[in-house]
Design a protein around this ligand. Sequence first.
Ligand code: PLP
Length: 431
Amino acid sequence: MLHDNLSINKEGHLCFAGLDTVLLAKKYGTPLFLIDEDRVRKNARTYINAMRKYFGGDSGPLLASKALCFSEMYRIAASEGMRTDIVSPGELYIAHKSGFPMGRAFFHGNNKTDEDIAYAIECGIGYFVADNREELEEINRVAAKKGIKQKIILRLSPGIDPHTHAKISTGKVDSKFGSAIETGQADEMVQLSLSLENIALDGFHCHIGSQIFECEPFCDAADIMLSYVAHVKESFGFEAKTLNLGGGFGVRYVEEDPYIDYAENIKKIASHVNAKCEALKINKPTVLMEPGRSIVADAGMTLYTVGTVKTITGYKTYVSIDGGMTDNPRYALYQSKYTFEIANKASEEKVLDCTVAGRCCESGDLLGEDVKLQNAERGDILATLVTGAYNYSMSSNYNKIPRPPVVMISGGVDRVAVRRETYADLARLDV
Ligand SMILES: *Cc1c(COP(=O)(O)O)cnc(C)c1O
């Protein structure tokens, strides 16, 4: 099995977090998101413990909310003592409302509006990950009115393309996010931050990409960022306290993907960072990372009911399910690969080559092509594995399809964390 929270019981049913998925589908209906809370916590602790051990001090992970966002996730992050990263006023609202300690929240985004900035400061946001000049000036204005000094870190682009392993000085510098080091824009942002009365610059941030399986790109990014820390110390007399290396560690979605030992990778990156700090004669900063996918992806599964199974003679077989791009748009968006199982036939051999199709009025509404599956029939339960990240959080009501509920499993006990949308919910804003 792809991950060790998956198994097959004596009825031949797929089990997730110790529970029979066929029974869960019966109990809650389909489509259905399952989240293994124990796995979320285990993944989080892997980061928390390894970062504390190898980076030292108050170093640790921020939960990247955008990967999976609802109130219970913030409560879990808070109870693990994690920080969080939020990217919109909507995420901010849910974090705040769920009681997350806002002093431990970091507010991202390349275009925070004046309203967003005022709202975040009102909620007592810990840090802005400041992206641009206009934002800094607005934060300073609102903070001055409140009579506070608002902490920020600056988002920079180190000019790294993680998927070629090379420093691409044009590619990643050309980004809507942050300020590039090599164009001198980062220096301008530092100078501005240091000159604004009601802003307290705390450090720097970078995020190089997603689904990265090696640690070299992170080490390369850390090199560039730490050299920049040394440059800023030398040129402006400011020494950064915080270095945020972003998110992006990869996750195993299909058999061909490698396993990643996150703790081992963190250890390697930390020894690289520690050596670099010594060489540059700068203080070791508090290092933050922002894992999203690698905390929640393998903690998730989606269950559907198979409807139509249609073979187009000479072409292929379409297995249609009662969800699709509305609960998982990732294949439609990026041709992301997933592993599928017929949950009630999990011990049978995969004999069917098929395309898994959703129910939207859209030819591109597919969950996978060239999929190997157990023989599928109407009424079977289809499971998509490793859907904890960017599925629920990217779900939509296209075609007025209600969003599935999220059922969390902890210690072998299931509970609803987000209820199923009703047809009445779909009409609630209509006047
Ligand atoms: C998306 C994102 C993350 C999380 O990325 P994962 O690949 O899910 O770990 C973290 N930080 C920033 C700035 C992001 O944009």
